[in-house]
Design a protein around this ligand. Structure first.
Ligand SMILES: *Cc1c(COP(=O)(O)O)cnc(C)c1O
Length: 460
């Protein structure tokens, strides 16, 4: 079937169209950090797919039915029924976003000195593990190292390393194993059901809690139906349900596959842990039937969690990502392969070989795409992930210099993505003229949100 969005547009929002001179000035004022731009200065905003999705007519209608009672609201019961059908976990807590679920679960479950293991911790998951006094260890599969290979499940956990950890000298310190689906820190690559099953078995054998970080559970399920033998005839919802059944519980940012602007979920089987979670939830988020959300949010989430496993929607979203990847590949720009769903990751290190890691090629490409066409994206390279001294000098570079073009759900059309590809192609044509960057102010934490930089010609 030719590419087509399986929805039509009922409400539109104009997007700012600016001139190069205005964008240059805006970038300068923003300290050459795209997080500091005002959204009104951005034409196509591909900073994140989190909380940026478009609501459906049915979600808007559901919002109007929101029951704002403090306790036991009708909207909670609707949310609960949808989550029960999907996950079948006996304890379900709404929270305001994913990181609240992380903090609550880790406070209830973990002790200082323990180890959390993941295929790759998302950055807030790692931060919450460390805030709980734990050590976060990533065990990505070896296939992930080759950015350009077409291995179908590069988001998998390394099962050999997991078994070694569960039987090694630190085994009794392992407090939880968390599988991030899809693997956001790992290029948005999916995790296979075979890998989830094997990891689940290992954890059960060694009596370690096994959880899903399930923000993109539907996108992972779609890629399973497309790539994993034995699942060709399953629906994405069936695959998602099977994945939840393999775990002791899940954390999720519902700002992704809840297709809503705010919301999160913590759900689990263990009664004692759930009791402790409920205490922390009530003290820090809200009563167990709203967890920091309004009734109308719970309604929109319930409806979003139904819509998100629609195979037509998921196919269109996957096709859109693949189409954008193909267009930029044709323009000579390498991407992480195979294309995932929630974003396209450009290989900036390869495109800008004249910019060494200490001059942040991913960031340089992000700034160039903004100047050229008003596109906002995010660097995933040495600026975000490298080790930097307090004077701004790069001590250890990141393993890759990538730029992520995240795709908000149901927001941009095929012609918007073709515009993005044309801007990428225009920058690729003058790649050697793109300047590197030097850090000017270096905050001690959350560097990529708050740093300021300045362009520096490659030869100085
Ligand atoms: C977004 C995200 C989180 C954090 O969720 P928030 O809703 O942003 O707090 C955690 N894990 C993964 C994999 C995510 O993508």
């Amino acid at each position: 079937m030719p590419l087509m969005e399986p929805y039509r547009i009922k409400v539109v929002e104009p997007i700012p169209v600016t001139t190069r001179a205005v964008r240059e000035k805006a970038l300068e004022r923003a300290g050459h950090n795209l997080f500091n731009l005002s959204a009104d200065e951005v034409t196509i905003d591909l900073l994140t797919d989190s909380g940026t999705g478009a609501l459906s007519a049915a979600q808007q209608a559901a919002a109007a039915l929101g029951d704002e009672s403090y306790a036991g609201a009708r909207s909670y019961h609707r949310f609960r029924a949808v989550v029960d059908e999907l996950t079948a976990y006996p304890h379900v807590f709404p929270v305001h976003q994913g990181r609240a679920a992380e903090r609550i679960l880790f406070s209830a479950l973990l002790e200082p000195g323990q180890i959390t293991i993941s295929n790759t911790h998302f950055d807030t998951t790692r931060a919450n593990s460390e805030l709980a006094g734990c050590e976060a260890r990533d065990l990505p599969c070896p296939e992930m190292k080759d950015l350009e290979s077409d291995e179908p499940f590069k988001g998998n956990i390394d099962l050999v390393a997991l078994e070694a950890a569960l039987t090694g000298p630190d085994a009794d310190r392992i407090g939880i194993v968390i599988m991030t689906i899809t693997n956001n820190g790992g290029g948005g690559q999916p995790v296979s059901m075979a890998n989830l099953e094997a990891a689940s078995r290992l954890c059960r054998r060694h009596a370690v809690p096994f959880f899903l970080d399930a923000g993109r559970f539907a996108e992972n399920a779609w890629l399973v139906t497309q790539r994993e033998p034995g699942y060709e005839n399953s629906s994405p919802r069936e695959v998602a349900k099977a994945a939840f059944r393999l775990a002791d519980g899940c954390l999720a940012s519902l700002k992704k596959d809840g297709i809503a602007n705010i919301g999160g979920l913590l759900a689990l089987r263990d009664d004692d842990v759930a009791r402790r979670c409920e205490l922390i939830l009530t003290a820090t988020e809200g009563f167990r039937t709203y967890g920091g959300l309004a009734g109308r949010d719970l309604e929109m989430l319930a409806q979003g969690l139904i819509e998100v496993t629609d195979p037509h929607y998921l196919r269109a979203r996957a096709d859109a990502a693949a189409h954008l990847a193909e267009l930029v590949n044709t323009a000579g720009v390498g991407t992480v392969r195979p294309p995932g769903i929630h974003g396209v990751y450009l290989n900036a290190g390869r495109l800008l070989p004249h910019i060494p890691p200490e001059r942040f090629p991913g960031h340089a490409l992000a700034c160039a795409l903004y100047i050229e066409g008003g596109i906002r994206s995010v660097e995933l390279g040495s600026l975000f992930l490298g080790e930097v001294d307090s004077d701004g000098r790069l001590r250890t570079p990141a393993p890759y210099e990538l730029l992520r073009l995240a795709l908000p759900r149901r927001v941009y059309t095929q012609s918007h993505l073709e515009y993005v590809a044309e801007i990428v192609a225009a920058v690729a044509k003058r790649a050697e003229s793109v300047p590197g960057y030097r850090l000017v102010t270096v905050p001690p934490i959350l560097r990529h949100f708050n740093a300021t930089l300045e362009p520096i010609t490659p030869l100085t």
